[in-house]
Design a binder for this molecule. Structure first.
Ligand SMILES: NC(=O)c1ccc[n+]([C@@H]2O[C@H](COP(=O)([O-])OP(=O)(O)OC[C@H]3O[C@@H](n4cnc5c(N)ncnc54)[C@H](OP(=O)(O)O)[C@@H]3O)[C@@H](O)[C@H]2O)c1
Length: 232
Protein backbone atom coordinates (compact mmCIF):
# COMPACT_ATOMS: atom_id res chain seq x y z
CA UNK A 1 0.00 0.00 0.00
CA UNK A 2 1.32 3.45 -0.89
CA UNK A 3 2.40 5.50 2.12
CA UNK A 4 -0.35 7.83 3.28
CA UNK A 5 -3.18 5.85 1.67
CA UNK A 6 -5.52 3.23 3.15
CA UNK A 7 -5.20 0.98 0.14
CA UNK A 8 -4.27 0.77 -3.54
CA UNK A 9 -6.73 -0.36 -6.20
CA UNK A 10 -6.10 -1.10 -9.85
CA UNK A 11 -9.45 -0.35 -11.47
CA UNK A 12 -10.00 -1.44 -15.06
CA UNK A 13 -12.50 0.75 -16.92
CA UNK A 14 -12.60 3.95 -14.86
CA UNK A 15 -13.44 6.57 -17.51
CA UNK A 16 -17.20 6.91 -16.88
CA UNK A 17 -20.27 5.22 -15.44
CA UNK A 18 -19.89 2.83 -12.52
CA UNK A 19 -16.10 2.64 -12.89
CA UNK A 20 -15.55 6.39 -12.62
CA UNK A 21 -17.91 6.56 -9.64
CA UNK A 22 -16.01 3.70 -7.99
CA UNK A 23 -12.74 5.57 -8.52
CA UNK A 24 -14.20 8.65 -6.85
CA UNK A 25 -15.65 6.59 -3.98
CA UNK A 26 -12.37 4.77 -3.29
CA UNK A 27 -10.50 8.10 -3.26
CA UNK A 28 -13.06 9.56 -0.84
CA UNK A 29 -12.25 6.63 1.49
CA UNK A 30 -8.54 7.38 1.48
CA UNK A 31 -7.50 4.90 -1.21
CA UNK A 32 -5.14 5.50 -4.11
CA UNK A 33 -6.70 4.60 -7.47
CA UNK A 34 -4.80 3.49 -10.54
CA UNK A 35 -7.54 3.64 -13.13
CA UNK A 36 -7.52 2.70 -16.80
CA UNK A 37 -8.93 4.65 -19.72
CA UNK A 38 -9.00 3.84 -23.43
CA UNK A 39 -7.11 6.05 -25.87
CA UNK A 40 -6.02 9.61 -25.29
CA UNK A 41 -9.35 11.43 -25.14
CA UNK A 42 -10.07 13.29 -21.91
CA UNK A 43 -12.45 11.53 -19.52
CA UNK A 44 -13.97 12.13 -16.11
CA UNK A 45 -10.99 10.36 -14.58
CA UNK A 46 -8.72 13.25 -15.62
CA UNK A 47 -11.13 15.64 -13.89
CA UNK A 48 -10.93 13.49 -10.75
CA UNK A 49 -7.15 13.52 -10.99
CA UNK A 50 -7.17 17.33 -11.30
CA UNK A 51 -9.14 17.49 -8.03
CA UNK A 52 -7.36 14.71 -6.14
CA UNK A 53 -3.74 14.88 -7.33
CA UNK A 54 -1.59 11.87 -6.50
CA UNK A 55 -4.56 9.85 -5.22
CA UNK A 56 -5.37 9.18 -8.88
CA UNK A 57 -3.03 7.64 -11.42
CA UNK A 58 -4.21 7.13 -15.00
CA UNK A 59 -2.99 4.34 -17.25
CA UNK A 60 -4.12 3.38 -20.72
CA UNK A 61 -5.72 0.05 -21.55
CA UNK A 62 -8.04 -1.35 -24.17
CA UNK A 63 -8.46 -4.72 -22.50
CA UNK A 64 -9.36 -6.43 -25.78
CA UNK A 65 -5.82 -5.74 -27.06
CA UNK A 66 -3.28 -8.27 -25.80
CA UNK A 67 -0.46 -5.82 -26.51
CA UNK A 68 -2.13 -3.26 -24.21
CA UNK A 69 -2.34 -5.84 -21.41
CA UNK A 70 1.33 -6.71 -21.92
CA UNK A 71 2.31 -3.02 -21.83
CA UNK A 72 0.29 -2.47 -18.64
CA UNK A 73 1.84 -5.56 -17.07
CA UNK A 74 5.34 -4.24 -17.84
CA UNK A 75 4.47 -0.78 -16.55
CA UNK A 76 3.07 -2.06 -13.25
CA UNK A 77 5.50 -4.93 -12.60
CA UNK A 78 6.88 -4.67 -9.07
CA UNK A 79 3.89 -2.73 -7.77
CA UNK A 80 1.63 -4.12 -5.06
CA UNK A 81 -2.14 -3.52 -5.06
CA UNK A 82 -4.66 -4.38 -2.35
CA UNK A 83 -7.36 -4.82 -4.94
CA UNK A 84 -7.76 -5.46 -8.67
CA UNK A 85 -11.24 -4.78 -9.97
CA UNK A 86 -12.27 -5.26 -13.61
CA UNK A 87 -15.31 -3.09 -14.17
CA UNK A 88 -15.12 -2.63 -17.95
CA UNK A 89 -17.82 -4.20 -20.06
CA UNK A 90 -20.16 -3.55 -22.96
CA UNK A 91 -23.65 -4.45 -24.17
CA UNK A 92 -24.44 -5.44 -27.73
CA UNK A 93 -25.84 -2.69 -29.94
CA UNK A 94 -29.34 -4.21 -30.17
CA UNK A 95 -30.28 -5.82 -26.85
CA UNK A 96 -33.46 -7.37 -28.30
CA UNK A 97 -31.51 -9.39 -30.88
CA UNK A 98 -31.77 -13.15 -30.27
CA UNK A 99 -28.70 -15.34 -30.16
CA UNK A 100 -29.56 -16.79 -33.57
CA UNK A 101 -29.97 -13.36 -35.14
CA UNK A 102 -26.85 -11.58 -33.90
CA UNK A 103 -23.99 -11.18 -36.39
CA UNK A 104 -20.89 -13.24 -35.74
CA UNK A 105 -18.88 -10.03 -35.54
CA UNK A 106 -21.11 -8.54 -32.84
CA UNK A 107 -21.19 -11.81 -30.88
CA UNK A 108 -17.40 -12.01 -30.93
CA UNK A 109 -17.09 -8.33 -29.90
CA UNK A 110 -19.29 -8.83 -26.84
CA UNK A 111 -17.80 -12.18 -25.79
CA UNK A 112 -14.21 -11.02 -26.23
CA UNK A 113 -14.88 -7.84 -24.25
CA UNK A 114 -17.03 -9.24 -21.43
CA UNK A 115 -15.74 -12.78 -20.95
CA UNK A 116 -12.27 -13.27 -22.43
CA UNK A 117 -10.64 -9.89 -21.73
CA UNK A 118 -11.44 -9.60 -17.99
CA UNK A 119 -9.98 -13.08 -17.48
CA UNK A 120 -6.84 -12.21 -19.43
CA UNK A 121 -6.41 -9.15 -17.22
CA UNK A 122 -6.97 -11.19 -14.06
CA UNK A 123 -4.55 -13.95 -15.08
CA UNK A 124 -1.83 -11.57 -16.21
CA UNK A 125 -2.01 -9.15 -13.28
CA UNK A 126 -3.10 -11.29 -10.32
CA UNK A 127 0.44 -11.54 -8.93
CA UNK A 128 0.40 -7.76 -8.35
CA UNK A 129 -2.39 -8.21 -5.78
CA UNK A 130 -1.53 -8.82 -2.14
CA UNK A 131 -2.51 -12.31 -0.88
CA UNK A 132 -4.77 -10.69 1.72
CA UNK A 133 -6.31 -8.43 -0.92
CA UNK A 134 -9.17 -9.04 -3.34
CA UNK A 135 -9.71 -9.61 -7.05
CA UNK A 136 -13.14 -8.61 -8.31
CA UNK A 137 -14.94 -8.50 -11.63
CA UNK A 138 -18.16 -6.70 -12.55
CA UNK A 139 -20.64 -9.20 -13.88
CA UNK A 140 -24.42 -8.88 -14.03
CA UNK A 141 -27.47 -10.50 -12.48
CA UNK A 142 -28.21 -11.41 -16.09
CA UNK A 143 -25.28 -13.80 -15.98
CA UNK A 144 -27.25 -16.06 -13.63
CA UNK A 145 -28.43 -19.22 -15.38
CA UNK A 146 -30.72 -20.12 -12.45
CA UNK A 147 -32.51 -16.76 -12.54
CA UNK A 148 -32.98 -16.72 -16.32
CA UNK A 149 -36.67 -17.49 -16.51
CA UNK A 150 -37.76 -14.50 -18.62
CA UNK A 151 -35.01 -14.46 -21.25
CA UNK A 152 -34.12 -11.25 -23.10
CA UNK A 153 -30.72 -9.58 -23.64
CA UNK A 154 -29.48 -12.93 -24.84
CA UNK A 155 -26.07 -11.97 -26.16
CA UNK A 156 -25.10 -9.89 -23.13
CA UNK A 157 -26.50 -12.51 -20.74
CA UNK A 158 -24.44 -15.24 -22.37
CA UNK A 159 -21.25 -13.18 -22.12
CA UNK A 160 -21.71 -12.58 -18.38
CA UNK A 161 -22.65 -16.23 -17.76
CA UNK A 162 -19.43 -17.18 -19.56
CA UNK A 163 -17.48 -14.70 -17.43
CA UNK A 164 -18.96 -16.26 -14.27
CA UNK A 165 -18.01 -19.72 -15.48
CA UNK A 166 -14.44 -18.64 -16.27
CA UNK A 167 -14.10 -17.10 -12.81
CA UNK A 168 -15.23 -20.41 -11.30
CA UNK A 169 -12.55 -22.22 -13.28
CA UNK A 170 -9.99 -19.64 -12.19
CA UNK A 171 -11.09 -19.99 -8.56
CA UNK A 172 -10.68 -23.77 -8.78
CA UNK A 173 -6.98 -23.35 -9.50
CA UNK A 174 -6.31 -20.13 -7.51
CA UNK A 175 -7.28 -20.97 -3.95
CA UNK A 176 -6.64 -18.80 -0.95
CA UNK A 177 -7.57 -15.39 -2.25
CA UNK A 178 -10.79 -13.37 -2.05
CA UNK A 179 -12.48 -13.46 -5.47
CA UNK A 180 -15.76 -11.64 -6.09
CA UNK A 181 -18.18 -11.37 -9.01
CA UNK A 182 -20.39 -8.33 -8.47
CA UNK A 183 -23.87 -7.89 -9.96
CA UNK A 184 -24.62 -4.18 -9.47
CA UNK A 185 -28.31 -4.21 -10.44
CA UNK A 186 -29.87 -2.21 -13.26
CA UNK A 187 -28.26 1.23 -12.99
CA UNK A 188 -28.74 4.47 -14.98
CA UNK A 189 -25.49 4.72 -16.97
CA UNK A 190 -24.72 4.85 -20.69
CA UNK A 191 -24.96 1.05 -20.66
CA UNK A 192 -27.96 0.75 -18.33
CA UNK A 193 -29.95 3.48 -20.13
CA UNK A 194 -32.39 6.09 -18.79
CA UNK A 195 -35.10 3.60 -17.72
CA UNK A 196 -32.92 1.83 -15.16
CA UNK A 197 -34.47 2.06 -11.67
CA UNK A 198 -31.28 2.75 -9.68
CA UNK A 199 -28.77 5.60 -9.67
CA UNK A 200 -25.00 5.41 -9.64
CA UNK A 201 -24.97 7.39 -6.39
CA UNK A 202 -27.08 4.88 -4.45
CA UNK A 203 -25.26 1.87 -5.88
CA UNK A 204 -21.53 2.50 -5.89
CA UNK A 205 -20.99 3.12 -2.14
CA UNK A 206 -22.61 -0.28 -1.48
CA UNK A 207 -20.32 -2.00 -3.97
CA UNK A 208 -17.26 -0.36 -2.43
CA UNK A 209 -18.45 -1.32 1.06
CA UNK A 210 -18.77 -4.97 0.11
CA UNK A 211 -15.43 -5.10 -1.71
CA UNK A 212 -13.48 -3.52 1.16
CA UNK A 213 -15.39 -5.65 3.69
CA UNK A 214 -14.56 -8.87 1.82
CA UNK A 215 -10.82 -8.30 1.50
CA UNK A 216 -8.86 -11.24 2.76
CA UNK A 217 -11.93 -13.53 2.85
CA UNK A 218 -10.89 -16.34 0.54
CA UNK A 219 -13.01 -18.05 -2.08
CA UNK A 220 -15.23 -16.98 -4.96
CA UNK A 221 -18.67 -15.44 -4.39
CA UNK A 222 -21.22 -14.04 -6.84
CA UNK A 223 -22.85 -11.15 -4.99
CA UNK A 224 -25.40 -8.43 -5.62
CA UNK A 225 -24.75 -4.88 -4.43
CA UNK A 226 -26.28 -5.64 -1.04
CA UNK A 227 -23.72 -8.40 -0.53
CA UNK A 228 -26.28 -11.20 -1.01
CA UNK A 229 -25.34 -14.32 -2.94
CA UNK A 230 -26.80 -14.52 -6.46
CA UNK A 231 -27.73 -18.06 -7.55
CA UNK A 232 -25.35 -19.24 -10.24
N1 LIG B 1 -25.46 -0.22 -15.79
C1 LIG B 1 -26.05 -1.37 -15.52
O1 LIG B 1 -27.28 -1.44 -15.40
C2 LIG B 1 -25.24 -2.61 -15.36
C3 LIG B 1 -25.93 -3.76 -14.93
C4 LIG B 1 -25.21 -4.95 -14.74
C5 LIG B 1 -23.85 -4.95 -14.99
N2 LIG B 1 -23.21 -3.81 -15.43
C6 LIG B 1 -21.79 -3.92 -15.70
O2 LIG B 1 -21.10 -2.88 -15.03
C7 LIG B 1 -19.91 -2.54 -15.76
C8 LIG B 1 -19.87 -1.04 -15.98
O3 LIG B 1 -21.04 -0.69 -16.70
P1 LIG B 1 -21.57 0.82 -16.84
O4 LIG B 1 -23.03 0.72 -16.74
O5 LIG B 1 -20.80 1.74 -15.99
O6 LIG B 1 -21.21 1.06 -18.39
P2 LIG B 1 -20.64 2.32 -19.19
O7 LIG B 1 -21.12 3.59 -18.58
O8 LIG B 1 -20.98 2.03 -20.62
O9 LIG B 1 -19.05 2.22 -18.95
C9 LIG B 1 -18.34 1.13 -19.45
C10 LIG B 1 -16.89 1.28 -19.04
O10 LIG B 1 -16.16 0.15 -19.57
C11 LIG B 1 -15.06 0.66 -20.34
N3 LIG B 1 -14.73 -0.27 -21.42
C12 LIG B 1 -15.54 -0.82 -22.33
N4 LIG B 1 -14.85 -1.61 -23.18
C13 LIG B 1 -13.55 -1.54 -22.77
C14 LIG B 1 -12.35 -2.13 -23.24
N5 LIG B 1 -12.32 -2.91 -24.33
N6 LIG B 1 -11.20 -1.87 -22.57
C15 LIG B 1 -11.20 -1.06 -21.51
N7 LIG B 1 -12.30 -0.45 -21.02
C16 LIG B 1 -13.47 -0.69 -21.66
C17 LIG B 1 -15.57 1.99 -20.86
O11 LIG B 1 -14.48 2.75 -21.35
P3 LIG B 1 -14.69 3.87 -22.55
O12 LIG B 1 -15.15 5.13 -21.88
O13 LIG B 1 -13.35 3.98 -23.17
O14 LIG B 1 -15.72 3.32 -23.50
C18 LIG B 1 -16.24 2.53 -19.61
O15 LIG B 1 -15.27 3.01 -18.69
C19 LIG B 1 -19.95 -3.37 -17.04
O16 LIG B 1 -19.17 -4.53 -16.89
C20 LIG B 1 -21.41 -3.74 -17.16
O17 LIG B 1 -21.62 -4.92 -17.91
C21 LIG B 1 -23.88 -2.66 -15.62
Amino acid sequence: MTLGFKGDILLIGASRGLGLAMASEFVSRGWRVTGTVRGTKRTGLQDLQDQQGEAVEIVELDMTRIEDITALHEKLEGRRFDMLFVNAGIANANPEETIGAVSTEEFVRVMVTNALSPMRVVERLDHLVAPEGLIGVMTSGQGSITNNVKGGREVYRGSKAALNQYMRSYAARETGRALRLVAPGWIRTDLGGPDAPFTIEETVPKIVDLLIGDMGKPGLRYLDREGKDVPW
